[in-house]
Design a protein around this ligand. Structure first.
Ligand SMILES: NC(=O)c1ccc[n+]([C@@H]2O[C@H](COP(=O)([O-])OP(=O)(O)OC[C@H]3O[C@@H](n4cnc5c(N)ncnc54)[C@H](O)[C@@H]3O)[C@@H](O)[C@H]2O)c1
Length: 262
């Protein structure tokens, strides 16, 4: 990995996997645009990353809105002069059976998980096409999931959004290849973040049992025998964001410690 400075936007990077990706890309020499829904948590994350010696700017905003992505790209360009990598990481989970899913909840999870990826692809590609600097490959990287390869009960709406992201990733890769833009997705397994605490809590509410029981059962399904960390995911995203993956596009790769083998 070269230490030449590049510029990355990472959505949903105040905590969890996105925060891990920001830290790794910072180490890789990237200047960072940090995003989350709330201004205060976004600025706090930016201060903490900045204290580690990274060049960071915060740009809060709801990723389900198109204008947030335009603002994220503008922030990258205004502060750092350009954009090299755009990570569509932000997402939410919901727990419940499909028959109980309300139209409102379904639209909300699609807006946050899928509309956001479309808008991120559009905003990033527009800027990449504007920047003309030879043969350099630009990167769009999306968060799918093992639940985007196999549907999980009580994670039906969530699973379907993660399947949709694989579709968007493939089509964007085909449409943007001629412009020197690659589009790939990472598909984590069971990562110990706030999202899994939420899933476990809601599973207890839906099905009974003890706090931590559903997370423990999920961890037991991992061949490598431990929960995934944000850093495990970030190591792979570092590769996707580097020139080492320049010949790879349209792929949605499971990085899950051996949960699914398809
Ligand atoms: N945790 C897992 O086990 C797991 C597994 C597979 C895939 N993923 C995916 O990885 C991504 C990150 O997950 P995580 O576990 O770090 O989640 P998390 O809940 O810990 O963090 C989510 C981040 O996204 C931000 N966010 C949520 N909604 C937003 C919105 N509307 N606008 C802007 N920011 C918003 C939050 O502020 C936060 O920074 C998600 O897309 C998730 O679906 C997670």
């Amino acid at each position: 990995m070269t230490k030449e400075q590049r510029v990355a936007v990472i959505t949903g990077s105040t905590r969890g996997i996105g925060r891990g990706i920001a830290e790794q890309l910072g180490k890789d020499g990237y200047a960072l645009v940090i995003n989350g829904s709330h201004q205060d948590t976004c600025e706090k994350a930016a201060r903490e990353l900045s204290a580690k010696g990274f060049q960071v700017v915060a740009c809060a905003g709801d990723v389900s809105k198109k204008e947030t992505h335009d603002q994220l790209v503008k922030t990258a360009v205004d502060h750092f002069g350009r954009l090299d990598t755009y990570v569509n990481n932000a997402g939410i989970a919901q727990i419940g059976n499909l028959l109980d899913e309300s139209a409102e909840d379904f639209h909300q999870i699609y807006a946050t998980n899928v509309d956001s990826v479309l808008f991120g692809i559009q905003a990033a590609a527009k800027q990449f096409k504007r920047q003309k600097d030879g043969e350099k490959i630009r990167k769009i990287i999306n968060a799918s999931s093992i639940a985007g390869h196999i549907g999980y009960e009580q994670l039906g709406a969530y699973s379907s959004t993660k399947f949709a992201i694989r579709g968007l990733t493939q089509v964007a890769a085909k449409e943007l290849a001629k412009d020197g833009i690659t589009v790939n997705a990472y598909c984590p397994g069971i990562v110990g973040t706030d999202m899994w605490d939420f899933i476990d809590e809601k599973m207890v509410e839906e099905n009974g049992g003890q706090k931590g029981q559903y997370l423990k059962a999920a961890i037991n399904s991992i061949s490598l025998g431990r929960a995934e960390t944000p850093a495990d995911v970030a190591d792979f995203v570092s590769y996707l964001a580097s020139p080492m993956s320049d010949y790879m596009t349209g792929q949605s790769v499971q990085i899950d410690g051996g949960v699914q083998f398809i």
